[in-house]
Design a protein around this ligand. Sequence first.
Ligand SMILES: Cc1ncc(COP(=O)(O)O)c(C=O)c1O
Length: 373
Amino acid sequence: MANGFIPRPVSAIAGLRAYDPGHDLPALRARFGDVGLAELGSNESPFGPSPRVLEALTRVDATTLLRYPDPMGLGLRTAIAATTGVAPDEVVLGNGSHELLMLLGQCFAGPGDEVVFSEFGFAVFAIATAAVGAMPVRVPALSRAATMPRGHDLEALAAAVGPRTRLVYLANPNNPTGTTFPLADLERFLARVPTGIPVVVDEAYVEYLHDPVVGGALALRDRYPNLVVTRTFSKAHGLAGLRVGYAIADRAVVDVVNRLRESFNVNAVALMLAEAALADPDHVARVREATRQDREALAGALEAMGLFVHPSATNFLLVDFDRDAAPIEAALLARGVVVRPMGGYGLPTCLRINTGTGRDHERLLAALAEALA
Ligand SMILES: Cc1ncc(COP(=O)(O)O)c(C=O)c1O
């Protein structure tokens, strides 16, 4: 640089890399504009938001835009509290649940502290840990075998909690494994963790769950005040572009997060539209059922091609190709099909593919048949 300026970030930040979106999606959209891109890499919902959200959008006016949003997001927090059976002051909003996962790391862990999470746990857990200079304690997954579930080993996770542990991150269901753990296992885990250590259960995909024994962790809040549940409007609500997530936690935890949270972290339009989304639980129920059917159909078609598809409770599938998946991913991309490579997770033989429209699935399967030929 001309003036010789070399920025020197703190050591924790110096070791980080900027978010890698994988591909330049705007450029790919322009390139495949005529046929369209099959976007199956970000676990978005192909069903989009409820019609109520689109109707609420027509009510956005100049005043909504010229004023700062409600810094407390009280309307949305009250609506979330009503649907989840908690009090509004037990809810804190985030610019996506990603922001809340990062804030929780900043609030509760620092240099030299340990943060416990599972191998193949959601990528943000490691980033949030590194960003504060804490030590990641990655606990081996239940299995590493290609054809076995790679979910959280809650026994081993509990055993990994030690005197330097300040925070635990779990995801149920987990991305990218698609795995879940039963509430009873979570309860056994919580009983073994000192109550001074916040246990974050990331429930970004909770709306997709059918299995009644894998209910949301909120049922355990009364007994475990250190439990923090994060959720999002990005997945089953079909609002990834809006950036709204929330955490439900003890008031004392919410109070700590609010000290660091940027005052206007959720914008005015997002507050309005997320509230409209919550008012339409039938939309989410329809999305859940349609996603289950689409997921089963897609898994069946992939299995018929001889691929191993991990069982999934979500809107995505972890597919094992039993060989380096990078050339397959590249071949799909060349045909306008975007999926997510898993090398960064230590799963280089896998690709993560979310359910899309019928046409997306046709494109994917046709492109895969060519790529594998
Ligand atoms: C497990 C999990 N948690 C959290 C997020 C973050 O979602 P958002 O920031 O859009 O709420 C994602 C997004 O893919 C996810 O897969």
